[in-house]
Design a protein around this ligand. Sequence first.
Ligand SMILES: Cc1cc2nc3c(=O)[nH]c(=O)nc-3n(C[C@H](O)[C@H](O)[C@H](O)COP(=O)(O)OP(=O)(O)OC[C@H]3O[C@@H](n4cnc5c(N)ncnc54)[C@H](O)[C@@H]3O)c2cc1C
Length: 477
Amino acid sequence: MALLSAATTQLKRRLGAAVRTDEKTRWEASFDSAKLSFLPAAVIRPRRIADVGAVLALANRHRVPVTVRGRGTSLTGSASPRHGGWVVDLTGLRRVRIDAEAGLAHVQAGATNAAVKAAAEAQGWFYPPDPSSREYCTIGGNIACNAGGMHGGKYGVTRDYVLALKGFLPTGEAVEWGTATKKFSAGFNLRDLWIGSEGLLGVVTEAVLKLIPLPPVRWTLLTAFPGETSALGAARALFARRIQPAICEFIDRFSVQCVERATGKSVFPGQAGRSVILIELAGSVNEIDDQKLEVLAWAQQYAAAFREARSRAEAEQLWAVRRQCSSAMYQLGDAKLNEDIVIPMRQYERFARFLDRLRRQSGLPIPTFGHLADGNLHVNILFHPDRPAESRAAERAVQCLMETVVAMGGAISGEHGIGLAKTPFLRLQHRPAQVRAMLAVKRALDPRGILNPGKMFEVFQIWKHPRVQVRLPWDTQ
Ligand SMILES: Cc1cc2nc3c(=O)[nH]c(=O)nc-3n(C[C@H](O)[C@H](O)[C@H](O)COP(=O)(O)OP(=O)(O)OC[C@H]3O[C@@H](n4cnc5c(N)ncnc54)[C@H](O)[C@@H]3O)c2cc1C
């Protein structure tokens, strides 16, 4: 403790007002969207990139835990400072520059995903990774979690767009992985090792991102199905036709009913309470015209009903339904566990039947929606934490879900990562030798274990930890 406070004093001398120790700032940085709070000793808001290296060098010398933070939208607790120490908040470093000739974005880690998208689109380019939190979350956080979104099936995830990274090792030494070129095959690829490493292996301060031409035409179709099994079976038939929608979002009956109760409007007039799949094609006029005919023939064969959006405004209304799902679910419980699992396509119908059983056995509402082109489904388990029987049922339901997902050949997380919330399941997904290999990498790059300690490998029981009662700006999404 005395060492920590001496190190913090030394840091203040060096960085001045960039180091904050007031209670409000420390409390705000003590949790992320998982709302698990651990108070840091100080919050550092670097004004210059070199300050990040200085903080790390000092932390490494004095063995102070450091948790890097973007906007704190992580749903797994990965940005909360589990072992206290210092939080480095990078939201002040947010410059974005588009190289319109090469189709590249040069960005600082604290720029929001939405800012990069907007800057790219202003010059006719497209940055596809699109987490629903895009207005808030940072590119640094996206890289650390390998964030995805609705466009993942056709366009891929953050990893597919990162050409180069600049930043610091936990020792404070500056490094550059890759260059602003589309090819780079010189040495070990530590750029890809950093992507998805949840701030455990290094700190990203700048990135070069690849852009693609903005698709000129979009076409949206809403389809309704009697239930989950028929919808998921139909989706497999769509992909078997070699159709690659830009977006293919599934919303189950339970999520649809939540939205309908919240808005007082039918999602699909005449088809109230049915599962829906929302499809968007994107590309040139010719590409869209060909694929559209194929998709309409598919809808005719499989859907109970379908409706094309006649304008962009009407398409936006349809997408608004998908965006309302998350918040509309809170009518079913005070707490929501959003498990972003991944299921191989061949298991879709079997997984729908499993979820039916899980709902019956747990007695809990489990509305589900997600991205069908890549099997990344968001299984939402709703409960009231002040009712012990419901909390126990939710804990058992998560365990059963994770075991089933792994047994079906899927993944316990598609885009949110492990953080604290998924630590009990890391060893379900990975063999002991795999976990040992990951730990060996961690020790090699962070020999003093200062960067984001307590995450990923140390088992944490979220059930035993109280959650902060606070409403965040994005809780309405
Ligand atoms: C409403 C809502 C919707 C969401 N939708 C999606 C979605 O569709 N797809 C999706 O993938 N995720 C989604 N998320 C999760 C979250 O938004 C993403 O994981 C996002 O990438 C986190 O970015 P952030 O800036 O908030 O990072 P933070 O939450 O601040 O940090 C997340 C992790 O990244 C590390 N980190 C942050 N910046 C850096 C850096 N510069 N260098 C090294 N490590 C760093 C942190 O230490 C932490 O481990 C959603 C979250 C919410 C609340």
